[in-house]
Design a protein around this ligand. Structure first.
Ligand SMILES: C[S@@+](CC[C@H](N)C(=O)[O-])C[C@H]1O[C@@H](n2cnc3c(N)ncnc32)[C@H](O)[C@@H]1O
Length: 329
């Protein structure tokens, strides 16, 4: 099944792409959001697309061919090209922009997590429903830590910590004890082995019509976050996105779980305040100035209609902000 871009109408509304403006899509994936942005910013607007997974840059190159695409570190861009693709981590956003994209930026989009094709092939091991290696790296060439290493080699205490903090898994202790017992005898190498082990601990079958979340969901989420250091990537990227935006430029973030959303929410709140001093301090010492205005007072969620058409969208949460210039507030 092709990847259906999540909250597309809302992304376009908040990013506000107009002719000849330039945008950065920090998670280009298959280019679903990018395609619509590019249609709106013609004839001259350009887009920098970043993705950690090399396959995404290849797939989006194919999908966006008609706009004129070049993969920055591999090809020389033609003058008429409107898309510049980079295989890289958005935690290096500013550096990537400075190297490859010398245009004023009107909007930055993050659509976090993974895309349908990454799950469906099973080769990355993101899915508990597909047999695959316990890998979970977006970028196997640039990253050495895998889910298999974590599961088979990390001390019990560390496993407990990541399942609790990144998965908010209630049955952490029982699951980790079972992992530690089994790994003494055999290596846990595949998604199916791990998913079955979790189902056994929770005494649940893989599929139940009474439950819409698979028993292994939270453990798999925790492993993916740990392998790819996802929360730190986001924490590092958000200030850079704000910095490279033009005044009145838009920042839009779609997240898929509460840990990511909390980071976005706290960043937006902090950067929308003029002073960060504690209430006991009568005169501002910090001199912090607001640099954004929050556009989404309430979080934006997909409609029931969208969830019906695209179940993957059900946990999506969108937040948007506009950059304001420090001097005018
Ligand atoms: C939900 S998909 C994006 C789908 C895209 N918006 C579309 O409509 O086709 C998220 C993408 O982010 C990429 N990704 C995850 N972490 C990343 C990071 N730190 N830097 C760059 N890309 C990342 C994944 O490889 C994946 O392709």
């Amino acid at each position: 099944m092709p990847h259906i871009p999540v909250l597309l109408k809302e992304v376009i509304y908040y990013l506000d792409p107009k002719p000849n403006r330039n945008f950065i899509d920090c998670t280009i994936g298959g280019g679903g959001h990018a395609k619509v942005i590019l249609e709106k910013i013609g004839p001259k607007g350009k887009l920098l697309g970043i993705d950690l997974d090399e396959r995404s840059t290849e797939i989006s190159k194919e999908n966006l061919r008609r706009f004129g695409v070049s993969i920055c570190n591999l090809e020389v861009a033609k003058k008429r090209n409107r898309i510049f693709l980079v295989q890289g981590n958005f935690k290096n956003l500013k550096q990537i922009k400075e190297k490859y994209f010398h245009f004023p930026i009107y909007g930055v989009l993050f659509d976090l997590g993974f895309s349908s094709f990454q799950v469906e092939t099973g080769i990355k091991g993101f899915s508990f429903l597909k047999e695959g290696p316990l890998d979970m790296r977006y970028d196997p060439r640039g990253q050495s830590l895998t889910a298999e290493k974590i599961i088979n080699e990390w001390p019990e205490k560390e496993l407990i910590k990541i399942l609790r903090t990144y998965g908010e898994e209630k049955e952490t202790i029982r699951i980790v004890r079972s992992i530690c017992r089994i790994r003494k005898e055999i290596k846990i190498k595949t998604t199916r082995q791990l998913a079955d082990l979790i189902c056994k601990v929770k005494k649940e079958k893989r599929f139940s019509p009474f439950r819409n979340i698979h028993p292994a969901t939270k453990v798999f989420q925790a492993l993916r976050i740990a392998v790819n250091d996802e929360l730190n990537n986001l924490k590092e990227a958000l200030p850079q996105a704000l910095e490279i935006l033009e005044p009145r430029g838009r920042l839009v973030v779609i997240s898929f779980h509460s840990l990511e959303d909390r980071i976005v929410k706290q960043f937006f709140i902090r950067e929308s305040k003029d002073c960060l001093c504690s209430a006991e301090i009568p005169v501002c010492q910090c001199k912090h100035k607001a640099s954004l205005r929050i556009l989404t007072k309430k979080i934006i969620r997909p409609t029931q209609e969208e969830i019906g058409k695209n179940p993957r969208s059900r946990s999506a949460k969108l937040r948007a902000a506009v950059k304001i210039s420090n001097s005018t507030g």
